[in-house]
Design a protein around this ligand. Sequence first.
Ligand code: ADP
Ligand code: MG
Length: 357
Amino acid sequence: MLLHKMPKPLRALGELGLIEQIRRDFSAGSKAITLGIGDDCAILRPPAGCEVLVTTDFTLEGRHFRRDLHPPEAVGHRCLARGLSDVAAMGATPLAAFLSLALPGSMLAESAGRAWIERFFSGFRALADMHRVPLAGGDTSESPGGKNGVVLADIVLIGTAPKGEALRRSGGGVGDALYVTGELGGAAAELSAMLRRQRRILHVPTTEGHPHLFPEPRLDVGESLLRRELANACIDLSDGLSTDLAHLCRASGVCAEIEQTSLPIHPLALKLGPKAALQAALHGGEDYELLFAAPASILMPTSLAGVSITRIGSLKKRRSGGPLMTMLAPDGSHPELVAGGWEHFSGPAKRRRKRAR
Ligand code: ADP
Ligand code: MG
């Protein structure tokens, strides 16, 4: 595991020492990296005929995780997963990751802080290895605020896709069927259970079955959608189905109707009871599943790369003054579906007004 031959606090190791350890721990070669960690810039070599895609995402203590609640491996995993999921949503292939990290002084001064950062990198690296994503650079700094400083991590993901073929949000058309991968609401359900317990999870023996702590970015599904030309438009579910579907509808200039009884609800969400389960599936964020549109004439497989694919509705013509999204309820009514989201740390199933995340 990273750094574990050097028990000194990180402060004693110094910034250069830490970077050197990161370099050693992430040294697995990649054809795509001409020059990795150690110079002013990395040099990447994208495959011929491909375009380069870039995405960046913050992971902020107090906003996206709590140090008193989340195991550090999960923080590292989720940090990378956020970027990988954006790459997956475009049908792209990850080329390299870059990680900018600000750490509080208290963490640098204590052995316990060092243990935290070691475990953060162990979670980050397990996911990077699984998807063969090299870490090609980043930045390391002390966060402001002294003892009250927080951990701030910014992940940059570089991906590639054949020229002109990346899946966009804007490609959806009237009559397309809407699909989601996997199951919805699991991340919100696991988080609400964690918040109810208010106890730190010390160690998670397996990453499976933890949709909030260890979400699985759907890279293989995204690549397969692109390669097999199975999707017109795609987005990843980071803010919740209702919010992300609204993005896809606006970008594509269409409206959507989803069928309540078709929604694949995660077993952890079902445990909350039918009403809360539906709320979690519709509005719970951070499932990192893919939502995509495809012409209704395409015979969609029931699973791709081992992940289930469920048809949840369709895209319709946008009528002026009409709702952007509706949901066909079991009683046959069609109420408007209003975009909502999940408030991370203010309790379960609390709807919030739309705001940037
Ligand atoms: P510079 O001052 O020229 O920006 P740095 O001293 O910040 O360079 O970084 C030296 C090398 O270490 C660079 O290749 C940089 O990309 C890499 N690096 C710094 N911090 C990290 C990190 N947290 N993760 C990965 N690579 C890092
Ligand atoms: Mg420099």
